[in-house]
Design a protein around this ligand. Sequence first.
Ligand SMILES: NC(=O)c1ccc[n+]([C@@H]2O[C@H](COP(=O)([O-])OP(=O)(O)OC[C@H]3O[C@@H](n4cnc5c(N)ncnc54)[C@H](OP(=O)(O)O)[C@@H]3O)[C@@H](O)[C@H]2O)c1
Length: 278
Amino acid sequence: MKRRHNQPGDEMIETIPSFGLGTFRVDAAKTTNAVKSALEIGYRHIDTAQFYNNETAVGQGVRDSGVPREDIWVTTKVWWDRLSHDALVASLKDSHAKLGIGTIDLALVHWPSPDGAVPITETLAAMQEAQKLGLIRHYGVSNFTAPLLEEAVDAPGGKVIVTNQFEVSPFLANRKLVEATQRLGVKVTAYMPLGEGCAHTDPTLQAIAAKHGATPAQVTFAWLLSRDIVVLSASTNAEHQRSNWNAQKLKLDADDIAQIDALDEGKRNANPPFAPKW
Ligand SMILES: NC(=O)c1ccc[n+]([C@@H]2O[C@H](COP(=O)([O-])OP(=O)(O)OC[C@H]3O[C@@H](n4cnc5c(N)ncnc54)[C@H](OP(=O)(O)O)[C@@H]3O)[C@@H](O)[C@H]2O)c1
């Protein structure tokens, strides 16, 4: 099938779709099929990163799916060691070539520059340059604390930051950062929503799931969506992908939500040595 590429004049999605497929720790050899099957199920948002070493395979999945390019939102992320102007632009030229899907919908700063070594003003100026070059349509950030996000939003080019992507799960509700991000008019995107698998075996989530004839994973995703949070879930298994996708139909009641809110124990999984001071 002849595919249309993202070209000037194409009507692209303008808002980040609320349910996306993640590809962290997904082997490049499995990524193309995972992306293709997700797009066949109905997913229209795929999340990758330079660090995941699977951008080429993500692009292949997008092209193989037969879904029109302009209906799909693809996010990549720029690793923290290339946030200076020229390094960032060069890295997005590389991502653009690897993905091979025309202009990338969204590029995120994957982690803030450790100790502010590269000023956010320089990084945002580089993102704007990448936009001018047609490499990306939108930009945003990931793993930014509230003070770092405030600084970014106040910097030139900061008002159009689309999202702050960070860890949110029933066990790390991250309420202060969610509220600060939303107050700044920036969309929250949640990663590691299942708390590294803990959601499947949690008795509270299991009981709520049983009540609704759902799975604990679906309950978790429905809880995030009820908080106006974009969900990223990763799976190479088409049945899991389909089940996860169907979480969008699940409506939780106030009692369910209160019970899930009470699971918050501040349990963070993603905290590498270069992480900011949360
Ligand atoms: N910005 C950042 O720093 C950052 C950090 C981490 C993640 N992320 C992004 O967020 C995405 C989501 O995070 P994640 O990949 O850690 O989290 P996740 O979706 O919480 O977990 C993925 C794991 O859960 C399993 N799984 C998914 N659905 C399932 C189901 N219905 N039943 C049983 N098992 C299921 C998958 O296995 P199967 O393949 O067997 O289904 C996979 O092993 C990432 O892929 C990545 O794109 C971003």
